[in-house]
Design a protein. Structure first.
Length: 367
């Protein structure tokens, strides 16, 4: 990293946006009457507690107290974030803060790469508007938590940066890491497969092999993770069995089924309903065909992943990394009517953030 980049708008603007974003949320999450006694506990609530226990104690499995045959423990959460957090904690940093610092750093790096990627394709104004669109999304504060959202964003954007630069030699690294960051990390295989097929004739044999290697790295990462369960707990498919239990009910289905079910009973999870309505509206209003098809494949794959797994629970924290959606918002804002639509999006997103999501998260009601 040279001094000219550190002085450029490509560095200063997104860094300033991230710093302001973090400061605003740190202040708001500690004001009033939050459920938890300090900021780190607030940022490690719900799933964050599982990632924290994995980083601190490793994977654990034991029979649930509430029903025979049910599995409890932390074996239903992927290992990348806690693995990195455990390394960061080695100098003596508390495990909760180690996970949070990993997320904050990944969030900054991911935002910097995203800004530069969009600026290189569509210009500085679009990069700025797209980045702001992502930051005002109601669930964007999950980038600051001990959840793998920020890591996911960083690795996904890095994958597309490498594709854009045709540096296929290194694709296997972010692809493999995404596969064990979160179940939806497998979505990155869709654009890789699309590019493999689309560019079959124009790619060299080496480029085809490297794209295959990136997809193979995903399979190898998942196989290694599941093999750990086979060795430690005697069950290669333990993760799938854990998630298929009735209180999670994560089983593959047609994505419209859970979406329709949520629309029929929006009060069952009104935050997920609000996020889903916003996503549908944004895609419908701001959709731009000029966005690369590989980006669109990734975006729709990520937006539909949770419903495809049989649930819309906590939908609001699974879609923040769908950066092509925000690039579409930034592109659409370049037209005269798009400016007003962009303003409407920002206002609607901030209203939902303030009245529906932020306080619910602060008081521990948002899973």
């Amino acid at each position: 990293m040279n001094n000219s980049y550190l002085k450029s708008k490509n560095f200063l603007v997104p860094t300033a946006l991230v710093v302001v974003f973090i400061c605003v949320h740190v202040i708001l999450l500690t004001m009033g009457n939050p459920k938890y006694y300090n900021l780190s506990r607030t940022l490690t609530q719900w799933d964050g507690q599982h990632y924290l226990s994995i980083a601190r104690d490793g994977y654990e499995m034991f029979p649930c107290w509430f029903g025979q045959g049910y599995i409890c423990g932390n074996v239903g959460w992927f290992p990348l974030l806690p693995m990195i957090g455990r390394i960061v904690a080695m100098p003596g940093i508390a495990y909760d803060w180690a996970l949070i610092l990993v997320s904050w750093l990944a969030f900054l790096i991911g935002t910097l790469m995203l800004y530069r990627l969009i600026e290189s394709k569509y210009g500085e104004r679009t990069a700025l508007l797209s980045t702001v669109a992502m930051l005002v999304f109601p669930g964007a504060f999950y980038f600051l938590t001990a959840f793998p959202n920020a890591l996911y964003l960083m690795l996904a954007v890095l994958t597309f940066v490498l594709i854009e630069q045709r540096r296929y030699l290194w694709l296997w690294i972010p692809a493999g890491m995404l596969a064990v960051a979160h179940p939806s990390g497998s979505v990155i295989g869709l654009p890789l497969l699309y590019l493999f097929v689309r560019d079959w004739r124009s790619n060299t044999a080496r480029e085809r092999l490297l794209l295959l290697a990136a997809m193979a790295a995903m399979v190898a990462a998942i196989a290694t993770y599941f093999s750990y369960y086979a060795v430690t707990f005697g069950d290669f498919f333990l993760y799938s069995k854990f998630q298929a239990q009735s209180y999670y009910a994560h089983e593959v289905t047609f994505p419209l089924i859970p979406i329709v079910q949520l629309f029929m009973r929006p009060s069952a999870d009104y935050q997920a309903f609000a996020a889903l309505v916003l996503v549908i509206a944004v895609v419908a209003v701001f959709y731009r065909r000029t966005i690369p098809v590989s980006w669109q494949v990734f975006m729709f794959g990520l937006l539909l992943f949770s419903p495809t797994m049989g649930t819309t629970d906590s939908y609001f924290r699974y879609v923040e990394a769908a950066f092509p959606m925000f690039a579409m918002v930034g592109l659409r804002a370049q037209s005269r009517s798009g400016k007003y639509l962009y303003g409407l999006y920002v206002v609607a997103a901030l209203i939902l953030w303030w009245f529906v999501f932020l306080n619910a998260f602060k008081t521990g009601q948002l899973r």
